[in-house]
Structures are given as C-alpha cells and as structure tokens.
Design a protein around this ligand. Sequence first.
Ligand SMILES: *[C@@H]1O[C@H](CO)[C@@H](O)[C@H](O)[C@H]1NC(C)=O
Ligand SMILES: *[C@@H]1O[C@H](CO)[C@@H](O)[C@H](O)[C@H]1NC(C)=O
Ligand SMILES: *[C@@H]1O[C@H](CO)[C@@H](O)[C@H](O)[C@H]1NC(C)=O
Ligand SMILES: *[C@@H]1O[C@H](CO)[C@@H](O)[C@H](O)[C@H]1NC(C)=O
Ligand SMILES: *[C@@H]1O[C@H](CO)[C@@H](O)[C@H](O)[C@H]1NC(C)=O
Ligand SMILES: *[C@@H]1O[C@H](CO)[C@@H](O)[C@H](O)[C@H]1NC(C)=O
Ligand SMILES: *[C@@H]1O[C@H](CO)[C@@H](O)[C@H](O)[C@H]1NC(C)=O
Ligand SMILES: *[C@@H]1O[C@H](CO)[C@@H](O)[C@H](O)[C@H]1NC(C)=O
Ligand SMILES: *[C@@H]1O[C@H](CO)[C@@H](O)[C@H](O)[C@H]1NC(C)=O
Ligand SMILES: *[C@@H]1O[C@H](CO)[C@@H](O)[C@H](O)[C@H]1NC(C)=O
Length: 503
Amino acid sequence: MASSRLMALLFIHFLPLALAADKDAFVGVNIGTAVSDMPNPTQVVALLKAQQIHHVRLYDADQAMLLALAGTGIRVTVSVPNQQLLAIGQSNATAANWVARNILTHVPATNITAISVGSEVLTAIPNAAPVLVSALQYIHAALVAARLDSRIKVSTAHSSSVILDSFPPSQAFFNRTWDPVMVPLLKFLQSTGSFLMLNVYPYYDYVQSHDAIPLDYALFRPLPPNKEAVDSNTLLHYTNVFDAVVDAAYFAMSYLNFTNIPIVVTESGWPSKGDPATEPDATIDNANTYNSNLIKHVLNNTGTPKHPGVAVSTFIYELYNEDSRQGAVSEKNWGLFDSNGRPIYVLHLTGSGTVLANDTTNQTYCVARDGVDRKMLQAALDWACGPGKVDCSAVLQGAPCYEPDTVAAHATYAFDAYYHRMAMAEGTCDFNGVATVTTTDPSHGSCIFPGSHGSNGTFINGTSLAPSTNSTSSGSSLLSFNSNGYVSFRGLVAVLLWIAVFL
Ligand SMILES: *[C@@H]1O[C@H](CO)[C@@H](O)[C@H](O)[C@H]1NC(C)=O
Ligand SMILES: *[C@@H]1O[C@H](CO)[C@@H](O)[C@H](O)[C@H]1NC(C)=O
Ligand SMILES: *[C@@H]1O[C@H](CO)[C@@H](O)[C@H](O)[C@H]1NC(C)=O
Ligand SMILES: *[C@@H]1O[C@H](CO)[C@@H](O)[C@H](O)[C@H]1NC(C)=O
Ligand SMILES: *[C@@H]1O[C@H](CO)[C@@H](O)[C@H](O)[C@H]1NC(C)=O
Ligand SMILES: *[C@@H]1O[C@H](CO)[C@@H](O)[C@H](O)[C@H]1NC(C)=O
Ligand SMILES: *[C@@H]1O[C@H](CO)[C@@H](O)[C@H](O)[C@H]1NC(C)=O
Ligand SMILES: *[C@@H]1O[C@H](CO)[C@@H](O)[C@H](O)[C@H]1NC(C)=O
Ligand SMILES: *[C@@H]1O[C@H](CO)[C@@H](O)[C@H](O)[C@H]1NC(C)=O
Ligand SMILES: *[C@@H]1O[C@H](CO)[C@@H](O)[C@H](O)[C@H]1NC(C)=O
C-alpha cells in the first residue's frame, strides 16, 4: 500500500503533464431547437428531469429556457450565437451588456457553468475570427467584474476540421492559417483555467474516409488486435476514432506548447436515419451502438491513449431530432428523442462489464448481417441448429418462423436463439462474422424471437408509445412512464444517477 502510494507520488511528480485526472467525466446533451413542434421550455425541462440529464448545452441563451432550468440543479452551457459574435468581439460594452442580460439575471438560480462564445467560428464564419479572442476576453472581463469567473468558464467550440493530419494523432497540428487566433486563444484558456471545446464526429470521419476507416472503428466496436491503429511515433494503440480525434487535439495543442488544457467534447453523436442511397450508415442500430458505446466510454473515465484516466466529458448531439433542419435526411435525425419526448431508440448500456452492472436493458437480438456470403450464412445456420444445439423447429415448414423462407431469415432466428441461450454473453453473436447484435426486435406476426417479450412492444401501461424502433417491450424495457406522461429512459437514468454519486 505504502509503496504503491509512493509510486503514485513519484509518477505525479515526474509527469510533465499537468492535466488533472481527479475529476469524473459527465455526459450531457445538446438542445437544438430547429424542431417544427418544439416542446416548450417546461416540457423540455420535464424530459431532462425524467431522464436524469444533469448537463445541457444550449445554442443561445434563451430567456424562457434559462428560467425553466432555474432551481433544477442542471448544469448549463450557454452560447453566444455566431450572429452576435462580431458585435461582442468589437465592443467591451456590448459584451458586458450581453453578460448582464443573459447571465447575471439567471445565476445563481440557473446553474450556468460555461459560455461557448460562438460555434465553429473559424470554419463557419471565418470573417469573425479576428475578433474571436477579444470576444472571449470581453465576456470573461464582465464575469470577473461580477465575480463569476471562477464559476463560469469561457471557451469557444471548434470543429475538429481545424486539426490537420490527425492520424497518426502525434503528428496533428492546428491549421496554421489559424495560428494567429489559436495561440492567443489557448493562452486565454490556460490562464483562465478553461478548456478546449471540440466537436467530434466519427460519423463524418468515417463517411469521408471512403471506407479507409472501418465502421467498427468509428462505432467503438472491438477490433482484432491486428486491426487496431497504432501511432508509429508513440506506439499508442487506438481502438476507436473518437479517442484518435481527441488525442490529435491534445497533440495539436502541445505542438504549440500548451500541455495542460483539458478538452470537453461539445458535440458527438450519430444520425439514426439517412437517405438510404447516399447515407446508408445513418441507421438506428449504428446510432444506438455509437451513442451507447460513447456513453460507456466517457463514463468509464477511460480517457484516451495519450492521457489515460483524464476525463473527457461529452455532450451528445442531440436531445431532439431537428426536423426543421435543412440539408440531408441525416441532418434531421441526430436526436435521442422525438418532439413528444419518445425515444428514437433504446440505448443499450449493458455488456460493458463493470460500467453498468445495474442496467436492465435486455433488448438485444442477434441477427444475420446484411450482404454476407450466403454459404457462410448457411454453414453458420447448420452449425447453430446442429452442434450449437439450438431448437430450430420454429423455422421448419408450417412453423411460425418458416416465412420468409430465406437462409438469412432462418439464420437470424437460429443466431438469436443461440445468443439468448448463451445469456447474450460477449462473443456469442459472431458466427464467423456473419452475425451482428441489434436492438430491433426481429419478431414478426406470430414469429416471436427468443429474447422478445412477445408483445408488439408498443404498449406500456395501456398507453401507446410506438417508438420508431418498434422493438420496445414492457417490463424489462428501459421505457417507463413517469407522472408527467413522459417516457423515462431508465438506462440513462441509471447512468446519470451513477454519475451523480461521484459529483
Ligand atoms: C453548479 O454546478 C457546479 C459545477 O458542476 C457545482 O459544483 C455546483 O454545486 C452546482 N450548484 C448547484 C446549486 O447545483
Ligand atoms: C471591459 O469591461 C469590464 C467590465 O465588463 C471592465 O472591468 C474592463 O475594465 C473593461 N475593459 C476595457 C478595456 O475597457
Ligand atoms: C486551412 O484553413 C484555411 C482557411 O480556412 C483553408 O483555406 C485551408 O484549406 C485549410 N487547410 C487545409 C489543409 O484544410
Ligand atoms: C515550444 O517550445 C520549444 C522549446 O521551448 C521552442 O523551441 C518552440 O519554439 C516552442 N514552439 C512554439 C510554437 O512556441
Ligand atoms: C474502462 O476502464 C478500464 C481501465 O481504465 C479499461 O480496462 C476498460 O476497458 C474500460 N471499459 C470500457 C468499456 O471502456
Ligand atoms: C444497483 O444499484 C443499486 C443502487 O444504485 C446498488 O445498491 C446495487 O448494488 C446495484 N446492483 C448491481 C447488481 O450492480
Ligand atoms: C402484434 O400486433 C398485431 C397487430 O396489432 C397482432 O395481430 C399480433 O397478434 C400482435 N402480436 C403479439 C405477439 O401480440
Ligand atoms: C399505470 O400504472 C400505474 C401504477 O403501476 C397504475 O396506478 C395505473 O392505474 C396504470 N394506468 C393504466 C391506464 O393502466
Ligand atoms: C412496426 O414495424 C412494422 C414493420 O417494420 C411496421 O409495419 C409497423 O407499422 C410498425 N408498427 C409500429 C407501431 O410502429
Ligand atoms: C436480463 O437478462 C438476464 C439474463 O438473461 C436475467 O437474469 C435478468 O432477469 C434480465 N433482466 C430483466 C429486467 O429482464
């Protein structure tokens, strides 16, 4: 004991890095409001409370929203919208007014903990870049004058595209065009004890890589050791894109000699729906896998290969599907909930070993992968119904799961039966790579799959929920009603309660 403590002390002493590893990471959500029937602030806050969501980020400083958040204890990051940035960056008085109107009137009732001054300014409105640092300084000066600077941190959210050459992460650097902004900005963050805000989108990295990045690597799925990415300079192993991007940001900062600025990921997520032709990877299953794994990863305080154990708190993008957003189908489908507060999918937070032993999600099924070799599928089906000892009578002619009479459909039944007989243990849904886990119940008509709770999954306590996954069921599901009539996401509740214990 004593010697290990001594070791720890020595380590702390000799580590050049001053990043503190003593804080636990949190998971929050972004609240975008491009929703055609946007719930009113009271309804939004009811959903947050029902879900035990303790950290939110707003894209503005909406008065009604901040009033509704008063007294809830929810930590709030507010934003200076990009349209207001030029005015604030050019005038100390305008900044002071903004703070007086949007912050001073709300604290301490509303627990505002950070201000994001603009969003992706360097890439979205580069014309405002020259005044970005002044804007942060002016806002900060107003907080100092109000003695709120220790409670409210000032920063600005960056697109990860300001970081170039991000793999291997050790070679990453900020686009040099922006050095005249980045250097004083990092000085500001360092001297005020603030953090770098970074938006991390493995979805776009994956899509833009044209298959150079494996989907599993973007989704935090386990990779065979020979497929893990190794940074040849540091010999650090990267098992997912998220960590690689965050480490690229740490390296880019240290390239400019800033080694003690923490990172908060202000946006990360995965769209649950996209144009089938052009956005085939924007699916419910991928979104669920990404966000579930992201939550587990963040809350585990895993840190990154460069800074293991250093918290990387993360805001999921986003609370609601924003149906009023322009652009591709996926743009409208990043939400965890629809505007009625119904979950788009049920996060699966089990199987993470020690992270959430308490989580009650049993909502996973094992199905045949799309587009895999038919012979391999047949071989796996034969194995499951033979040596695998699965009862395959349900797929025999005349039995409920005979139709559709395809190898894929029958294999799906056999795989799922096997997976559930093996208590959904890690590694029991693989079948040489032709099977995959899903949260969508493959049951249809009278063909009820093992693990399905038999109901059509749309009725809880007599009320139709009909989540779009069509796969929820009563009882063991994550869904339940609370007194507000909102759907409660027990998984997230468990997670966030779990965080609360540490706060
Ligand atoms: C506000 O948030 C800060 C930072 O998380 C926390 O330390 C403080 O206790 C919170 N205050 C209230 C009143 O909830
Ligand atoms: C800017 O305003 C703050 C108060 O908001 C004040 O303390 C500070 O001195 C001002 N700075 C300048 C350069 O005018
Ligand atoms: C760096 O930023 C400048 C200004 O936005 C941009 O024109 C340039 O393409 C960027 N460089 C790279 C390699 O992306
Ligand atoms: C970083 O520090 C090193 C060593 O002190 C120095 O040589 C280098 O010029 C510095 N780089 C920057 C960008 O300040
Ligand atoms: C949690 O952290 C431990 C040690 O930090 C690590 O071994 C484990 O793989 C992590 N689990 C997840 C799900 O990230
Ligand atoms: C579930 O959570 C409760 C309270 O948080 C705890 O007392 C209990 O030990 C947990 N059970 C498991 C199996 O982790
Ligand atoms: C599911 O719903 C359909 C139509 O509402 C019904 O015919 C079917 O019997 C239901 N299945 C179960 C298992 O309840
Ligand atoms: C819903 O469940 C609650 C408690 O379990 C019960 O009191 C209530 O009557 C139920 N409502 C309906 C419509 O079944
Ligand atoms: C469930 O899914 C089936 C097939 O995908 C669809 O036909 C049905 O309308 C869905 N039911 C509900 C209640 O969403
Ligand atoms: C989840 O599955 C495990 C193992 O199959 C079972 O012991 C447990 O009771 C299930 N939990 C719920 C809530 O259904």
